[in-house]
Design a protein around this ligand. Structure first.
Ligand SMILES: *Cc1c(COP(=O)(O)O)cnc(C)c1O
Ligand code: SF4
Length: 334
C-alpha cells in the first residue's frame, strides 16, 4: 500500500485536546488524591461538563486537593447551591443583535470565533451559554465581516469564544486575511486561555499569521495564578513576542485561589518575567452555580490597595467589574 502524503498531520495540540480528562475519578487518581464524596462532586458535570487537558493537570501539586489550579476546574457539589443574585446570564449576553457578534463598546467588537473551550473553568460566566444555538460557520463570519465594513467606528476586532484558538490555524488565517481587507480595522485581539492549558497551541503557523498581518496584534491570555505559567508556555510566548504580538493578561479574582496579596503580586511578577503585562483583574461575574468563587467587593479593594503598595504601576492590572449595558468595563475605585 502506498503511504498517504503527510499533508494533514494532526498538530500536537489537537492530539492533546483529545486526551483531556473528562472524568473526575481519572483526574484525581492521576493526581494521587483520594477523597470522599467523589461521586457527589462528579455529579456537577451534569451542570457543566468537565474538561481538563493533561498539560494543565501536570502543573497541579499531586496529593493536594486544595491546589489552586485544581480548584478552578474540579466539579464540586457546591455548584448545586443557588444564591440570590447569582444568575445564568450575568452579562446579559444571551441575546445579541447578530448571533455571535457583540458590539457593546464603541470602537471594538467581540466575535465569537469558536464556541468550545479546551478547559472548562467552573467559575465561567459562560457555563450556561446556549452554545448549541451559537455554533460558528463561515456564512455567519461573512455576515460579521459585512457588519465591520458597515460600521466604520470599529477599529478593533476581538476574537473570543468559547476560545478562539480552538479554531484551526487555516480558519484563523482565512478570517484574518478577510479582516485585512477592511480599511477601518487596525487591530486584532485574541482572548484565549488555550495556550495556558495546552502550550503547544502556540504553533509556528499561528505565529506566522500574526507576524505577517498588517493588523497590530494583541493576545490577552487568561492566567489566574503563577503556577499556570510553565516553561513550555514561556517558550511559546517568546515566539509570539518575536511575531510582534503584544501580550496582556486578564485574571479573575477567585475565592481561596488568588484572593490574597502575595498571590497577586507573584502573578504580576511572573507575568512580567515571561513578557506579559497585567491588563484586567475582574471582579467575579455572579453566575449561578459558582457563588463559592465570589470575593466580596470590600475584600477585593483591600487586596488591590495592598498590591498598589507592593507593585510598580505598570504591573498593576485594572480592577474592573463588567456591568451589562455599560459603555465600558467599570473601574472599581478604592
Ligand atoms: C470586555 C469586552 C470588550 C473589550 O473591552 P476592553 O476594555 O477594550 O478590553 C469588548 N467587547 C465586549 C462585548 C466585551 O465584553
Ligand atoms: S477558558 Fe474562558 S470561556 Fe472557556 S471555560 Fe474557561 S473561563 Fe470560560
Amino acid at each position: 500500500m502506498i503511504q498517504q502524503a503527510n499533508l494533514s498531520v494532526e498538530p500536537q495540540w489537537q492530539k492533546e485536546l483529545k486526551q483531556s480528562f473528562s472524568r473526575l475519578d481519572d483526574l484525581l487518581s492521576f493526581l494521587q488524591i483520594s477523597t470522599e464524596n467523589i461521586d457527589q462532586h462528579s455529579e456537577a458535570r451534569r451542570l457543566f461538563s468537565m474538561r481538563v487537558p493533561k498539560p494543565f493537570a501536570k502543573l497541579m501539586m499531586p496529593g493536594d486537593i486544595d491546589d489552586p489550579l485544581l480548584k478552578q476546574v474540579m466539579p464540586s457539589v457546591q455548584e448545586f447551591e443557588t444564591k440570590a443574585g447569582f444568575i445564568t446570564d450575568p452579562l446579559d449576553e444571551h441575546n445579541s443583535a447578530q448571533p455571535g457578534l457583540l458590539h457593546k463598546y464603541k470602537s471594538r467588537v467581540l466575535i465569537m470565533f469558536k464556541t468550545g473551550c479546551a478547559v472548562n473553568c467552573r467559575y465561567c460566566f459562560r457555563r450556561h451559554f446556549p452554545y448549541a444555538d451559537n455554533s460558528v460557520n463561515k456564512s455567519q463570519l461573512k455576515q460579521h465581516l459585512q457588519y465591520l465594513e458597515d460600521h466604520s467606528e470599529i477599529n478593533e476586532v476581538i476574537l473570543s469564544g468559547g476560545d478562539p484558538l480552538m479554531a484551526k490555524d487555516d480558519a484563523t488565517s482565512w478570517f484574518v486575511s478577510q479582516l485585512e481587507l477592511i480599511p477601518n480595522i487596525k487591530r486584532l485581539r485574541i482572548h484565549t486561555r488555550l495556550p495556558v492549558v495546552i502550550p503547544s497551541r502556540i504553533t509556528q503557523a499561528l505565529c506566522d499569521i500574526l507576524k505577517n498581518s498588517r493588523l497590530k496584534t494583541i493576545m490577552v491570555l487568561h492566567i489566574n495564578h503563577e503556577n499556570e505559567i510553565s516553561p513550555e508556555l514561556a517558550n511559546g510566548l517568546l515566539k509570539l513576542k518575536q511575531a510582534n504580538c503584544t501580550l496582556l493578561n486578564q485574571a479573575v479574582l477567585l475565592k481561596n485561589i488568588n484572593d490574597n496579596v502575595a498571590t497577586q503580586v507573584n502573578l504580576s511578577e511572573r507575568l512580567f518575567e515571561v513578557g506579559i503585562l497585567p491588563y484586567y483583574l475582574h471582579l467575579f461575574d455572579k453566575v449561578d452555580g459558582a457563588s463559592h468563587f465570589n470575593v466580596d467587593e470590600a475584600d477585593a479593594k483591600r487586596v488591590y490597595g495592598q498590591m498598589l503598595v507592593e507593585l510598580p504601576g505598570f504591573l498593576m492590572p485594572k480592577l474592573v467589574r463588567e456591568i451589562g449595558g455599560e459603555a465600558s468595563k467599570t473601574p472599581i475605585s478604592l
